[in-house]
Structure formats: C-alpha cells, structure tokens
Design a protein around this ligand. Structure first.
Ligand code: UDX
Length: 463
C-alpha cells in the first residue's frame, strides 16, 4: 500500500446533530493526516448546504448520492430531520436505506480511481448497513456515535430487548442496567410503541446489531467526562472504543444580527437564559404557553428560539396565538426577552459572556456546546437519548436541573416547576462552578501543548 493515497470516507445521517460533528471529525482527521484524501458523503441538499459552511480552503471532498425524498412519502426537498415533522422520521430512515446501492457504487468508484479500496469507512450508527459494503471491499469499518457514551449505551440496550412490555407501567427498567429505573414519561415517543414488530423496533434492532460488529467505534465525548458511560458502552459493543470529542463548531454557522448582538451586549454578565429545543424537536402549544409564563415570571432576560409547536408543519410561519396575549409586545417593551424565529446562532449565543444558562432539550451537541463554554443547563428532554443525557448531567456531573420532560400529551408542564428550575440554575454557585470545571475538562481533551507534551485524551485516541 506504500505510495498509494489513503482515502477515508465519512457518511453521517441526515440530521444537523449528525452532519456537524461528522464534518468536524473530517477536518480533525485532515489536520493530523494531511496526506489522506477525505470524502464526506450525503444527499444532494445536505451537501449543497455543507458547501457553504466549509471553512475557506478546506480540503474535504463533498460527494452526494442521488436521493428523491418525494418517492418516500416525504415533502419534496426535505432531506434533513430539521425540515421533517417527527411522525415522518421513520420515512426518512427507510428512505436512507435506499442509498445503499449508490454508496456501494461510490466505494467501487474510489477503489478503481485510487487503485486500492479506501482505508476506512466512518459511518453513522444509523448507517451501519455500510458494514456489508466495507466487508465486500475489505475496508476497515468504523462507527461514529455523535451522541454521548452513556445515552448511546442505554439505547443499544433498549433496542436489543423487545418488546418493551413494561414501558407503559409507572417504572421502566433497562435490561442491562437494572439499577436504572425510569418513569414512563422519561421515554421517547417511539419507545412506548415498541412492541418488537413495529417499524422502529425492526429497523433499530437490525441497525444496532450491525453496529456492534463494527471494527471500531468513535464517540463524540471525552474520557474524563464520561468514564462510566464509556465502560457501559464497552459492554454493548465488540470493537475498540475511542472518545474523540468534543467535536464542536467553534465559530458561528449563522452570524448574529446587530439587534441580537446589541441586546446581548447590553445585558449583565451571565444573566441571560438561552432557550432552544434543538434542530428537530418542538414542544406542544400548551407547553409553550406555560414556558412563556414562567419566563415572564422570572423577570430574567432570555433569548428564545421559537419553532412551530407539535402538530404544525415545521416550516410554518410564526403565529402569535402560540404565546400568551401581548407577550411579545411586553417582552420587546421591557427588553426582557428576545424572540428568534426558527433558527439562532447558537454557538455565538452560548459563547457570549452575558449568557448564564441554557434551557435545552439536551441534544448532545447542545450539551457539549453549552458546557464547553461553562454554561449550566436547565433540562427539558424530548426524545431519543435526551432523557439519559439529562439524567447523566444531573446525577453524575451536577450541571443540570430538569424543568420538564417530554412533549407527549401526557407530559404535563407546570409553570412553577419551570420557573423553579430556572431560578435554581441561575442562582446556584455550585452548579455554575461545576459547569466551569467541566468546560476545562472538555477543552483539554483536544489540546496539545508544544513538542507534543501533554496531549489531550481524545487526541491520543485519534493519533
Ligand atoms: C438530535 C437528537 O434528537 C439528539 O437526541 C441527539 O443527541 C443529537 O441529534 P438535535 O436537535 O439535532 O438532536 O440536537 P443537538 O445535538 O443539540 O444539535 C443541534 C445543533 O443545531 C447544534 O449544533 C446547535 O448549535 C444547532 N442549532 C440548533 C443552531 O445552531 N441554532 C438553532 O436555532 C438550533
């Protein structure tokens, strides 16, 4: 193989929380192995969006595979969970499986062009079917988990044991982790329907089973931060596991408008609460009302990214009836709140010195982006492994207090509880100290001092 160029192919799932860390991983690999050819593969629309977010002079190749959303019951031009309502996620997953022949052709094309097969395929755990192609071409297969180790370990365990007969009972225990008992409201929508024969069960059990046979697993986390989660994950998977995080955007993908920037600059240090439920989840209209009332009652400054509530098309225009009467005018008048519609420059907001806490759904990228800036979290987990992320942050790290859980009809939200969680996190010195300490731990994992001394734990794994 000497003298031949080494090629690494990365293939993230079509969600913002997956594509961003994959791109950052691609850039990190390029930094340490500048002679390698690095190709990131996705569907046409996602690749087009990525083209505009690549740093100038980036050497990452972007390749798209043909994809037709509308032939899978998806709205046309929707290739990202960001633009798809939750009930259609299953269609996107099924549609993503039809990419297999095109991905195989891509690997065959690279093999022909380079004269040797790629060195490695790094695939999302939702694309673990790429293992078949890797085996066929004799390529090393790596899975990259963009979520944390603890949440991933628990999800692997959950989908192994079906049906989840006791998911409806008051307490639900996880097969491999009998010590963890969760109330049913801490389970995501797809989990409570999992009877073994439903579409999610069939799909995820197969994908997870393939994933356990991957040659190596990379995780967007840090050894010192998730020691227990990593050992739980080792019980679930066969290959060696390498924490490679925190892979985070350091610069903003969207620039902050002057209005928002001026408003943030005018607030006292660590006083602003940032509220966002990530790229693909939203809360119910009734919950939005309670949240608005709680925010107003605290009298604390806040930025709230509002996306349409559950049941509305994700792209629908903002409607003032989602909020209490006169809320927006009052917030504008008193300058207490800054409302952003659809999408905010999250990294810029979290890195601003005026930001004091983040009310978040606890998606893993949001968690890392917050903690790397020493910003503590008010948890409101909504789906997937977010319930476990929040649990881990509360019980193991001590940087989070939960305000509410879930967005199912049965998930009641009390204004007073949301208010209480906000007050605790904004005022508690110990939580703030722990968030700052966590920032130090996370940042040192990808640091390298001069002359290669003191190499961070994630970099050691990658090298
Ligand atoms: C999904 C899964 O649901 C979650 O369980 C998993 O941990 C990650 O992927 P998502 O909503 O994409 O959740 O959450 P998150 O991981 O937090 O990623 C959202 C990304 O979009 C972040 O990088 C965040 O900075 C960005 N974002 C989100 C913005 O820049 N602006 C916004 O307004 C909203």
């Amino acid at each position: 193989m000497e003298g031949k160029k080494q090629h690494v192919v990365l293939f993230p799932f079509m969600g913002q929380g997956h594509i961003t860390p994959f791109l950052l991983l691609a850039e990190l690999i390029h930094e340490y192995y500048p002679d390698y050819t690095i190709t990131l593969v996705n569907t046409p629309l996602n690749i087009r969006n990525l083209q505009s977010s690549l740093p100038p002079g980036s050497k990452i190749n972007l390749k798209s595979l043909p994809f037709d959303a509308s032939s899978h019951g998806l709205p046309p031009d929707t290739e990202n969970t960001k633009a798809i309502p939750f009930h259609l996620f299953i269609n996107l997953f099924r549609a993503s499986e039809t990419l297999e022949p095109a991905f195989e052709r891509l690997i065959a094309g690279i093999t022909e062009e380079d004269g040797i097969p790629p060195l490695c395929i790094i695939a999302d755990n939702f694309f673990s079917w790429t293992l078949h192609i890797a085996r066929k071409f004799g390529v090393f297969h790596s899975t990259f988990l963009t979520s944390g180790a603890y949440g991933s370990a628990l999800l692997f365990s959950l989908w192994k044991y079906l049906p989840h007969r006791n998911a409806y009972s008051d307490e639900f225990s996880l097969p491999d982790f009998p010590e963890i008992r969760l109330h049913h409201t801490q389970l995501s929508n797809i989990l409570v329907v999992a009877d073994g024969g439903d579409a999610w069960s069939v799909l995820l059990r197969r994908l997870n089973e393939l994933c356990t046979r991957s040659d190596a697993v990379l995780v967007n986390t840090v050894k010192e931060f998730e020691a227990r989660g990593l050992s739980m994950l080792r019980e679930q998977l066969q290959g060696p596991i390498f924490p490679v995080g925190p892979l985070l955007c350091t610069s903003a993908s969207h620039s902050m408008g002057m209005d928002l920037s001026d408003w943030l600059d005018s607030q006292p240090s660590a006083s602003v609460l940032y509220v966002s439920f990530g790229s693909q989840n939203t809360i119910r209209a009734s919950q939005m009302l309670k949240l608005a009332m709680a925010l107003e009652a605290t009298s604390r400054p806040f930025i709230w990214v509002i996306r349409p509530p559950v049941g509305f098309d994700v792209r629908v225009q903002f409607k003032s009836e989602w909020l209490p009467e006169g809320f927006e005018d009052r917030m504008r008048g008193t300058k207490q709140g800054f409302i952003v519609h659809q999408w905010a420059p999250q990294v810029e907001i979290l890195s601003h010195p005026s930001t004091g806490a983040f009310l978040s759904h606890c998606g893993w990228n949001s968690v890392l982006e917050s903690l790397v800036h020493g910003v503590p979290i008010i948890g409101w987990p909504l789906s997937a492994e977010q319930f476990y992320n929040s649990k881990f942050l509360m019980e193991e790290v001590g940087v989070c207090v939960e305000a509410a859980r879930g967005n199912r009809e049965s998930s009641e939200v009390k204004k007073e509880e949301v208010e209480r969680a906000i007050e605790i996190v904004m005022d508690n010195e110990e939580i703030r100290r722990k968030a700052k300490e966590t920032a130090r731990v996370l940042k040192s994992a990808l640091k390298e001092e001069e002359n290669n001394t003191n190499v961070g734990s994630s970099l050691r794994g990658l090298k």
